[in-house]
Design a protein around this ligand. Sequence first.
Ligand code: SF4
Length: 311
Amino acid sequence: MTTKKYHYLFGPVPSRRLGRSLGVDIIPLKTCTQNCIYCQLGKDAPQTLQRKNYVPIKAVLSELEQKINESLEADFITISGSGEPTLHSQLGELIDRIHKMTDIPVAVITNSTLLFDRSVQQDCCKADVVLPSLDAGDSETFKKMNHPHPDLDFDQFTEGLIRFRAEYTGQLWLEVFFCEGINTDSTSVRNIAEQIRRINPDKMQINTSVRPIVHAEAARVSEQRLNEIAARLGESVEVITDFSKHTTTTGKQADLQVILETLQRRPCTLDDLCAGLGLSKKQLQPALVKLDALSKITGETINQKFYYKAV
Ligand code: SF4
């Protein structure tokens, strides 16, 4: 039996938004304030608003130190992963200590729901880039898309984002995720555009489901439709496309455990794996065959692309 080398780190994995991103996971699987219909982590988990010390940051930092000593090459160290990272009560301290260890910039991916909380705002202010989400411009669509904790209020949520933007001096890259038939009608898009205007992010990115997800209602938006929505939301809105850069061919051997850990976080195409792990297809394919023979991975074709998944 293989022993998992890292419990809190994954990758570097290819990120459509951040290039090569070393993921830092500080929250147990699917521990979140919401239960979005497009979530890749499963469905029907209970939501929570409790901030606490979910995992010991000392152990996270010790893994990170080891990873950096192994000549880590990454564009970002990204605090994200298996749930909502702002639920961790030592997020700010963790970011401070990462900054002391490396010059690699720190990003935080958040669903934004706790940004109304002063302590969460202060923690996130320490990151170099914050990537918040906002998938709705009104309370009804917020509930349909994100299934928030019952104590979360849409106005409090958006006001929190606006206040955070006013205070934060780093880069704020806002993402809106679209699901056909849920937030793509003209009223929903208009309401979202109004919230974007109020938030005033540095970068605006929109997305839809190109990877396997569990909720049938999270229907993918066509590329043409997504481009139309982008045009309605503003001139500089970026439609996030598949990651296709940074592929390198090195003499490295494919590490089965690293591949498996990457696929445990999210399904990937062969190109995704090549880009994230810095390996060629020729190097990766025998490892994937081996993992398949061990019944550790499986696969699925979505939108004409084949995705590998951990079993
Ligand atoms: S915010 Fe992220 S982790 Fe939480 S339910 Fe939505 S997609 Fe899943």
